[in-house]
Design a protein around this ligand. Sequence first.
Ligand SMILES: O=C[C@H](O)COP(=O)(O)O
Length: 252
Amino acid sequence: MDRRMLIAGNWKMNGSRAALDELRAVAAAVEAGEAGDLELLLCPPATLLSAAREILPASVGVGGQDCHANEKGAHTGDVAAEMLADVGATYVIAGHSERRADHRESDEEVRAKADAARRAGLVPVICIGETKAQRDEGSTLAVLGEQLTGSLSDDADATNTVIAYEPVWAIGTGDTATPEDVAEVHAFLRKQVELRFGSRIADGMRILYGGSVKPSNAAELMGVADVDGALVGGASLKAADFLAICKAARGV
Ligand SMILES: O=C[C@H](O)COP(=O)(O)O
């Protein structure tokens, strides 16, 4: 099955209104045809979601970086998936390693957030990844298998779920996994999806790579078998870098 490549930018806790000029630059490039067949997604901080939706063309998705598992209630500081949808989001990141670490989010909580996202009509981008210690002790695949099993509910399918493999040791460090490592992990993840959900869903499920993706390594990483796009952090903050990654992913 053809899987449409998705290039997603996660601004994390960066960006004030002045940064919206970067989105205007992305919008202009997309309107000039620079996205080609790619699907683009920008996940700015929640404070900028509405503005982002207004600036970007409809073909570019906007997404939240997290959501609460409940639809509403006494959860000071949290944002419901329905609220993200209300301002035009179509995706939300769930279980990013920074949330798993900073907020001790478990696989069970990530699964509940992903379920909440689907309930609100959003597609969750479910993040999994091993730490350096886990990698060094040789437990990468075991860790990823457990996170994948625990973070996906039985109603996940290729249209309502995206998986992002982000080795924790590669995030924001400048270190990237080798293409061979990425190929091994992505093939493993697709096999796990096949074993649980069947080959049709596994063939259609998009599995992104994230972790120090930048213009200089994007072509190589996006060319790896079973890699269906990127979840880009730091390099998504500047339109020029994000667009250069898109260009590399298109192979032009
Ligand atoms: O969500 C994005 C990832 O955490 C990757 O971040 P990075 O590209 O800054 O390493």
